[in-house]
Design a protein around this ligand. Structure first.
Ligand code: HEC
Ligand code: HEC
Length: 338
């Protein structure tokens, strides 16, 4: 008798979980696939396919500060892979301590491959294109195209790696460097317990997390935070009310006032929040989103339920060993602190 009861409790709770899974999928949420082939289909760029050698070289370039004018700032300075893929600052700090002139916050690079467009205003179509920007941006790495090409070409180990990957006639320039960094970034995906749940493991989320997921859907967050990225497309901002820190920095979205919806994966690790980093805690961000985007005054209970769910999006990071960079040569441009 006891066994039968236990059995039926298990069946009922598994049915409930299945319903929540269905609700989530109907709301447009999608998991990072378990299956390697399906995942590769999502993250690969057929024009610049992922290979182990490219990932390894892309990782070195991602960590190499010599690509910057000062010789001091790498992609990892602002998108720290040990720390959520961002920098923990309100606004990014780049060349010679320049604070981002628009007071823009550094988004995480983890799972950025799932964004349909890159940057807060979506002005870049993909990671390979995006990576050329920060190397040349004056308040970021402040390098010229020539500087980037000169740095990489000055070290035989880099030159050999480019030749063995792209052929001996490869032109080593900022485009190839960015392409290679882009491939490394494509691998920065972090499957979480939420994905396990949507992939069929009913026990991967606690009851409280499932409840939070339902609240997240029911109040309307999935109107914008959907898909595998749980964000990633352009959408309206200040939809019902105006963001209370709208005037910090001059960012107003794209030409139509649209803003790229950020991913909510690993959101506990990427405070402070919003494009200008003015919201310091996750509950405050949830509450403000409800007010600004949905015209909803979310109760403390709803906020805390949603927060509980969002914590389940903390993902398993890919194992990244610290790359050893080739030594500079006499031809390597010297750091320029101007
Ligand atoms: C000085 C800090 C800084 C450095 C260095 C930097 N970034 Fe960024 N990154 C930012 C900021 C700030 C943004 C948002 C800018 C915007 O939207 O206009 C951004 C945006 C991005 C995005 C878009 C993510 C998204 O969700 O839209 C990617 C990808 C990215 N950076 C990768 C890189 C790579 C690769 C490098 C090295 C070549 C790099 N970054 C160097 C600060 C930095
Ligand atoms: C109408 C579309 C829309 C809806 C609905 C929406 N969001 Fe957002 N969300 C956005 C956009 C766009 C941003 C970026 C805004 C900015 O910083 O300029 C954002 C930002 C966020 C952030 C900050 C992320 C970061 O990295 O800084 C969190 C957290 C968030 N949303 C959670 C939620 C929650 C929870 C709900 C439901 C209560 C919700 N959102 C509803 C579009 C939406």
């Amino acid at each position: 008798m006891k066994k039968i009861i236990l059995f039926s409790v298990a069946v009922v709770s598994s049915l409930m979980a299945n319903n929540v899974t269905k609700e989530a999928k109907d709301a447009g949420l999608a998991p990072i696939p378990n299956d390697k082939k399906a995942l590769m289909k999502l993250i690969d760029n057929p024009k610049n396919p992922i290979t182990d050698a490219k990932v390894e070289l892309g990782k070195k370039l991602y960590f190499d500060p010599r690509l910057s004018k000062s010789g001091f700032i790498s992609c990892n300075s602002c998108h720290n892979l040990s720390e959520g893929g961002d920098d923990g600052l309100e606004a990014a700090v780049g060349h010679m301590w320049t604070v981002n002139p628009h007071h823009l916050n550094s988004p995480t690079v983890y799972n950025s491959v799932f964004n349909s467009i890159q940057f807060w205003d979506g002005r870049s179509p993909h990671l390979e294109d995006q990576a050329q920007g920060p190397m040349q941006a004056a308040p970021e790495m402040a390098a010229t195209k020539q500087h980037v090409a000169d740095v990489v070409s000055s070290m035989p180990e880099y030159v050999e790696a480019f030749k063995s990957i792209y052929g001996k006639d490869v032109k080593i320039d900022i485009v190839k460097v960015a392409d290679t960094i882009g491939v490394f970034e494509r691998t920065l995906v972090t499957p979480s317990r939420f994905d396990d749940f949507l992939n069929g493991n009913d026990k991967a989320l606690t009851k409280a997390e499932q409840k939070g997921l339902q609240t997240f859907i029911q109040v309307g967050c999935t109107g914008c935070h959907t898909g595998v990225g749980i964000g990633g497309d352009l959408n309206g901002f200040n939809v019902v009310n105006t963001y209370k820190y709208n005037d910090v920095g001059d960012f107003k979205g794209d030409a139509n006032g649209l803003v790229r919806v950020p991913t909510l994966r690993n959101i506990t690790q990427t405070a402070p929040y919003f494009h200008n980093g003015m919201i310091k805690t996750l509950p405050a961000a949830i509450k403000e989103m409800g007010r600004v985007q949905l015209g909803a005054d979310l109760t403390d209970t709803q906020v805390s339920e949603i927060e509980t769910f969002l914590k389940s999006l903390d993902g398993r990071k890919p194992a990244i060993s610290l790359p050893m960079l080739p030594a500079s040569t006499a031809a390597t441009p010297l750091p320029d602190l101007k």
